[in-house]
Design a protein around this ligand. Sequence first.
Ligand SMILES: [Zn+2]
Length: 70
Amino acid sequence: MQFQIECNSLEFNQLCLICNQQLRMRDARLIVSSDRGDSYGDVCYNCMVRGSTWLNSQLQKLDNRSSVLT
Ligand SMILES: [Zn+2]
């Protein structure tokens, strides 16, 4: 799991990958991607500040859910 912080250049509204809240577009965005470089999506500021350990555990749950679906 990789985290990438980029300057926000999006004009459309995105949903947070973890909590599904609409992202408040600020000056930076956090993009989550797999080790292979596949982008999972964006994480909102509220989730971002909880730290990478918490983020990783939440994303692990997402991983489990998607592997059930496929
Ligand atoms: Zn969030």
